[in-house]
Structure formats: structure tokens, C-alpha cells
Design a protein around this ligand. Structure first.
Ligand code: GLU
Length: 484
């Protein structure tokens, strides 16, 4: 038995499976050759941003437009950063915006699909199988450095003007004598498992990014941590194992992950597994006065998708807008196919801009007005009711008290060549149509009183609708409420 084999047995005494045993439990998916398998893999560390939703939307489209699979995996390896409630928040946002998942986490404690578990915290035993293999093959090793040791290395590197980190000759435990390692283990010293990076500072990786095109980046030389001292792997390692086992073919994510790409590519190489294709999206931008800037998670309320949910933008408006941001030829297609669902347009990653698109609230508002104007009164009623149930109790009560009446209100000016375009989101219903509902009557009071017929025998607001709504004129036309 080699030293590495002995070490692996000592570090992982309970692991009896080999990677091929685990791989056999995750059979290749039976899909057409061109079908893409994509995922959204958030860490539950906060709220879903509009940029995150955009990347997720594209991932979902690429999967479903190709007859593939889209799934939700939760990357919760960093338990310290976890924010309570964020998984449910993410799921409710995906549901609201109609991002359909085929597999994965369904709520904080549930999941569906046969490629799970879909939460990384439930997969430690799987990762250990692959880690044991790497140690057995001399491709990974335990490192007993504590924070103080790592600081001392960093300081020494600083003094000599060398790049910081744990690599090459600086990686003390990469070169440690077996006796020293045994000694530390005997003493019960905490350790992490590090990659023995095969990278070289004078070599580059070449990779074709689906969005950014040909890239050349320095190879990774850092002996990165694969498993932390609590036995939980790092996200980098876990995602490589998961994307392979779950059959991910394409990863679309924000370009803040681009700098990790050499590490990720190397991990797949070391594991002997094929890597998925990667596409890195530049962050979407917003106008700030006369200049463009990135959204700030801390300062901009409209950075959070919850903002769009609370405002009540219909999911189709956001989807429609995302389509225009993703492929510049979409708008032309839309003018030629006004009544087709957006899903009939095939998104191409090669047409996505390498620089961040501008997210323009005015344009979203206009698109949303169009989308709502094409809905039937029934569709408007159903979506508005759903929204009000969550965000406006009083409106919800009024809408559900008398659905027929509410639909007649929504039918005013609907259909025909020039349908009404006064609603851009469901929170507009109150200021625009509130005066049709007694008790929701806000600023529209004067107007309602002046057009009210005397003694009409109906509650005030209802009499107005009787006046305006003439069956046969305001006929229900247009596409169904939801284009999905
Ligand atoms: N868990 C990572 C995140 O929080 C996902 C990175 C990836 O998609 O590979 O964004």
C-alpha cells in the first residue's frame, strides 16, 4: 500500500465507495444530443437580484428551448453566510416570474428529481468519495496550517514581493514529510484538504466562453482548499462534482465567476471528468444621472427582484424585457410575430453582448403596458388577484368580492386596435381603477361624483361601470392572460 493510499484511508476511514460507484448512481440523462442541461445554483446568502434572475432566465430558456432540463441546486457549503429564509425567497421569486424547474429544491425542506440531493449540505458523503480518490492518487493532501501560519506566509511573500497565497514552495504541507503529517493527525490537529495544483505560472488555459468568446487566462497554481476543517467541501470543489453527476452541459452565470474559471477547469481535469460549457454574463447596468453603473445590492431597492414582485410587474413583462436584453434581434422578431409566445424565439448565446446591457425602467414599463394591454380581462383579473393576495389585502378583498364586476372594470377599453395602456403593473390598479371600487376610492373621487347618475340604485362605483361598460363594445380580445 502506498503512503497516499494509507493517508487516504486514515482521512476517510468510512468511505468505501469509489467515484465510479457514485457515478453509476447518476445515469446519463436520456436526452437528444442538442438538449442542454442547465441549472441555477445560488448560495442562500441573501435575496435574488435582478441580474441573478436574468442569468437564471437565460439558463431556463437554453434548457427548455432545446428540449433539455433546468434544475435548482442550493449551494449551501458556507453555513456561516447563510441567511434564514433566503431559499424560500428565491423559490417564491422563481415561481412569481414563471421560471419553470424540472428538478431540484422545491422549498427549504423539499426537492424532486432523481439527481439529488440538490442541496450541497446533504451531499458531504458523495464529495468525500471523490476527495478520498484524489488523496489516494496524490492529487490532494491535508494541510494543518492555521490562520496564524497563513498570515506568516502572506507576510513573507509581501516582503519578497511575491504573489500571495498557498502555492508552490510556499505550500508547506504539499511537501511535508509523511512523519510530520502523521504526527499532526495523531495530535488531532484540525486540517483542511487542499488540491495539489498541477498548474504552472508560465502556462495559460485557453477556453471558449459561450458569451465572451476565446479567452486565455493564466493557469491556476494555488493549492486551493477542497474541504474545510468541518468536513464540508468548498463550493469550488462541490460544484464540479455536482455539475458532472447532475449532467449539467451549460453553465450561465455572472462574470464575477470568471476569475474562478481556471480553478474550475483544473478541478474537472484533476477529477478526470468533462467540464460543462461556460458562459459568463456581464452585469446588467442602470442609469445614474447621465452615466451607467452596476446595480448596488445595498443601495438600490430595484436591485432586488422582490421590488418587481411588490410593484406587480407581470412575469411576461419581465420575460419579454429580458428577451430584448439578451438578443438584439428579438425586437425585430417580436414586431414580425406580435402574437407569438416569446418562447418561440430561440435565444443564442453567441448573440449576447459581452458588455452589460442597460436595464431601463422606462422601457420595462412600456413593455409591461403592452403586455398587459394584450391580456384579456379574465387574464388581468387572475394575475392581479394573485398579486393582490400577496401585496394588497384591501384590493384583494374587493376583487374577490365580486369577480364579475372586477372583470367588467378590467374590460373597459380592452381589445380593439388601440387597447388601453394605463396599467404597467398591478400596483397601478389602485390609482388607475380604484375609484370603481367603493372603499378603494382615493384620488378619483371628484371624477366619479361628476359622472354619477342620480338615484341609480347601485353602490356609487358600480354605477360608473354600468355607465361605461357596454357589452359588445368592450369585447374581450387579444391573447390569453399568460403567454406561457
Ligand atoms: N453558488 C454560486 C453563487 O452563489 C454559483 C456559481 C455558479 O453558478 O457556478 O452564485
Amino acid at each position: 500500500m502506498t503512503y497516499d493510499q494509507q493517508l487516504a484511508d486514515r482521512l476517510f476511514p468510512n468511505v468505501t465507495l469509489l467515484p465510479q460507484d457514485v457515478i453509476a448512481q447518476y445515469p446519463r440523462r436520456e436526452l437528444a444530443v442538442a438538449a442542454k442541461v442547465t441549472r441555477f445554483a445560488p448560495s442562500p446568502t441573501g435575496f435574488l437580484t435582478i441580474g441573478g434572475l436574468y442569468a437564471t432566465f437565460i439558463s431556463e430558456r437554453l434548457a427548455h428551448q432545446s428540449g433539455g432540463v433546468f434544475y435548482l441546486r442550493i449551494e449551501d457549503t458556507d453555513r456561516k453566510r447563510e441567511v434564514k429564509g433566503s431559499i424560500d425567497g428565491i423559490i417564491s421569486a422563481l415561481d412569481y416570474f414563471g421560471i419553470r424547474r424540472d428538478e431540484g429544491i422545491t422549498h427549504s425542506d423539499g426537492e424532486s428529481g432523481r439527481y439529488g440531493p440538490y442541496k450541497q449540505s446533504a451531499r458531504a458523503s458523495i464529495y468525500h468519495v471523490f476527495l478520498k480518490r484524489l488523496v489516494t492518487e496524490g492529487l490532494a493532501y491535508p494541510c494543518f496550517c492555521d490562520a496564524e501560519d497563513l498570515n506568516a506566509i502572506r507576510e513573507a511573500q509581501g516582503k519578497r514581493n511575491e504573489p500571495t497565497g498557498y502555492y508552490g514552495d510556499w505550500a508547506v504541507y504539499r511537501h511535508a514529510a509523511p512523519e510530520k503529517v502523521q504526527e499532526q493527525l495523531d495530535a488531532g490537529k484540525p486540517y483542511v484538504i487542499r488540491l495539489k495544483s498541477p498548474g504552472s505560472a508560465d502556462r495559460k488555459i485557453r477556453i471558449t466562453d459561450l458569451i465572451k468568446g476565446e479567452l486565455s487566462m493564466p493557469e491556476n497554481v494555488q493549492d486551493i482548499v477542497l474541504m474545510k476543517s468541518d468536513g464540508i467541501p468548498t463550493y469550488h470543489f462541490a460544484h464540479a462534482v455536482d455539475d458532472y453527476l447532475m449532467g449539467t452541459t451549460h453553465v450561465i452565470r455572472g462574470d464575477e465567476w470568471l476569475s474562478s474559471l481556471p480553478v474550475h477547469v483544473q478541478l474537472f481535469e484533476v477529477l478526470g471528468l468533462p467540464a460543462p460549457a461556460y458562459g459568463h454574463l456581464a452585469p446588467i447596468m442602470k442609469m445614474d444621472g447621465a452615466s451607467k453603473r452596476k446595480f448596488s445590492k445595498r443601495k438600490d431597492p430595484d436591485a432586488a427582484v422582490l421590488y418587481y414582485q411588490q410593484q406587480g410587474f407581470p412575469d411576461d413583462a419581465i420575460s419579454e424585457y429580458f428577451m430584448t436584453l439578451a438578443n438584439s434581434n428579438y425586437e425585430e422578431w417580436r414586431s414580425a410575430h406580435p402574437d407569438e409566445p416569446y418562447q418561440h424565439f430561440l435565444l443564442e448565446t453567441s448573440r449576447m453582448s459581452a458588455s452589460g446591457p442597460l436595464f431601463d425602467m422606462h422601457k420595462l414599463t412600456d413593455i409591461s403596458k403592452d403586455v398587459i394591454s394584450r391580456m384579456t380581462a379574465d387574464g388581468v383579473y387572475a394575475q392581479c388577484l394573485d398579486w393582490a393576495k400577496e401585496y394588497d389585502d384591501e384590493l384583494y378583498r374587493h376583487l374577490s368580492d365580486d369577480p364579475d364586476y372586477a372583470k367588467r372594470v378590467f374590460n373597459i377599453g380592452r381589445g380593439g386596435a388601440k387597447p388601453r395602456k394605463d396599467l404597467s403593473r398591478w400596483s397601478d390598479v389602485r390609482p388607475v381603477s380604484g375609484y370603481f371600487f367603493d372603499g378603494l376610492f382615493e384620488s378619483g373621487g371628484a371624477r366619479a361624483e361628476t359622472i354619477l347618475p342620480p338615484n341609480a340604485g347601485l353602490p356609487r362605483a358600480k354605477r360608473i361601470v354600468e355607465l361605461i361598460w357596454k357589452p359588445g363594445i368592450a369585447k374581450t380580445t387579444g391573447t390569453a392572460g399568460s403567454r406561457r
